[in-house]
Write a protein that binds this ligand. Structure first.
Ligand SMILES: NC(=O)c1ccc[n+]([C@@H]2O[C@H](COP(=O)([O-])OP(=O)(O)OC[C@H]3O[C@@H](n4cnc5c(N)ncnc54)[C@H](OP(=O)(O)O)[C@@H]3O)[C@@H](O)[C@H]2O)c1
Length: 314
C-alpha cells in the first residue's frame, strides 16, 4: 500500500480503470475483474459519470451503475476507494455549480453510496469562473458527499490557479491529479504538471498507462488495429520512435520473464511523482499481468534504457 498524497488514504499502487465496464466488458465480466482486482490486493477504482456515453446505445453512467451493483452485492463499500468525475456526462456538461451539484447526486445514486472518495473535475471548463467551480466542490466536501478534490486533464497553469484560489479562499486544495502519461506520452506531464505534484505533495495517478494497449506489444503495425475498437486511440501512438519504445519494453520483459504490460506499468509506478498508474482490463485473463506490476521493481539499467528510448518522443 502507498499513501494517496496528503489525503491519509492508503491505496494499492495500481488503480483499476472502469471505462471498460459497460463498453468492452459486460456486467458479469466487469464484476469478475473487480473481484479479481480486490483479491489481488487492489482497492482503488476509477470511473466517470460519462463512461461510456461514447458507446452507441449508451447514455453515460453505465460504468458507475456496474460498480454500484458490485459494491452492493459484495457489501464492501468501506474497503474500496472510488474515484469518479464530472463535466462530460451528456446531461451534466461543464463545471457550473448547479451542474456539479446535480451530477454528483446522480453519481452517488448510480454508485449506491453516500460518498465519493476522490471526485475529479474531468476536464477544465473555461466558461465557468474557476472560483465558482471550486466553491461547488467545497460545498460537496462540507456536505460529506466527496472526501477529496481532484483534477484531470488540467494544464499546469490552471492547476496553479486552482491552488492559489483555494489558499486565498480557505478551500481544501486538490489532492489528486489524473494526467495522460505513459512511456510514449511523457509530455506535457513531466514538463508542467509533475513539478507541481512533487512540490505540493499532490498524488498523480496517470491514465492510458498502457497507451490503450499499444505498450502490451499486441499491435505490430497499424493494420492490427484496423476496424478495432481501439483504432483511434491506440493508433495515435504508432511511429518509429513509439515502436522503438515497444522494442525495449519487449527486451526487458523477455529478460525478466514478465509480460510487456507488467514492465510498462512498473516503469510508470517507479516515476518519482507517480503514486499509482490507472489501467483497465477488458477480461479476467488480462488482469494478472497488470497486478504483477505492483511488485516488479525495474533495475537502474532497465529504467535508464526506458527513459532514454522514450525521451526520443517529442
Ligand atoms: N481522465 C481521463 O480523461 C481518462 C481518459 C481515458 C481513460 N481514463 C481512465 O483510465 C483507465 C484506463 O484507460 P484505458 O483502458 O483507455 O487505457 P489503458 O489502461 O492504457 O489500456 C487498457 C487496455 O489495454 C488492453 N489490455 C490490458 N491488459 C492487457 C493485457 N494484459 N494484454 C493485452 N491487452 C491488455 C485492454 O484493452 P483491449 O483488450 O480492448 O485491447 C485494456 O482495456 C480508464 O478505464 C479510465 O478509468 C481516464
Amino acid at each position: 500500500m502507498t499513501q494517496l498524497g496528503h489525503t491519509g488514504i492508503d491505496v494499492f499502487p495500481l488503480v483499476l480503470g472502469g471505462n471498460t465496464f459497460g463498453w468492452t466488458s459486460d456486467e458479469t465480466t466487469s464484476h469478475q475483474v473487480l473481484d479479481a482486482f480486490v483479491a489481488g490486493g487492489g482497492n482503488f477504482i476509477d470511473t466517470s459519470d460519462s463512461y461510456s456515453a461514447f458507446v452507441p446505445g449508451n447514455s453515460g453512467g453505465e460504468s458507475e451503475t456496474i460498480i454500484g451493483s458490485w459494491l452492493a452485492a459484495r457489501k464492501n463499500r468501506d474497503s474500496v476507494i472510488v474515484g469518479t468525475k464530472v463535466s462530460q456526462h451528456p446531461q451534466f456538461k461543464g463545471l457550473a455549480p448547479a451542474t456539479v451539484a446535480a451530477a454528483a447526486d446522480a453519481s452517488l445514486a448510480r454508485l449506491g453510496t453516500d460518498y465519493i472518495d476522490v471526485y475529479y473535475a474531468h476536464f477544465d471548463d473555461p466558461d465557468t469562473p474557476l472560483t465558482e467551480t471550486i466553491g461547488a466542490f467545497d460545498v460537496l466536501r462540507k456536505a460529506g458527499k466527496i472526501r477529496t478534490v481532484a483534477l484531470s486533464n488540467y494544464t499546469g497553469a490552471r492547476i496553479t490557479e486552482w491552488l492559489d484560489i483555494s489558499r486565498r479562499e480557505g478551500y481544501e486544495p486538490p489532492a489528486v491529479l489524473q494526467p495522460h502519461y505513459n512511456l510514449v506520452t511523457r509530455q506535457p506531464y513531466e514538463r508542467e504538471i509533475a513539478p507541481i505534484a512533487v512540490a505540493e505533495g499532490i498524488a498523480a495517478v496517470p491514465y492510458f498507462s498502457l497507451a490503450s494497449g499499444f505498450l502490451t506489444g499486441k499491435y505490430k503495425n497499424k493494420q492490427d488495429l484496423a476496424g478495432g475498437i481501439r483504432q483511434n486511440i491506440a493508433g495515435q501512438y504508432f511511429s518509429e520512435a513509439g515502436l522503438a519504445v515497444v522494442a525495449v519494453v519487449e527486451d526487458i520483459a523477455s529478460a525478466r520473464g514478465a509480460e510487456m504490460s507488467t514492465v510498462a506499468l512498473a516503469w510508470l509506478r517507479g516515476r518519482p511523482s507517480i503514486v499509482a498508474p490507472i489501467v483497465s482490463a477488458r477480461t479476467l485473463e488480462q488482469l494478472p499481468a497488470l497486478l504483477a506490476s505492483a511488485t516488479l521493481d525495474l533495475t537502474a539499467d532497465e529504467t535508464a534504457a526506458l527513459d532514454e528510448v522514450s525521451a526520443r518522443i517529442g
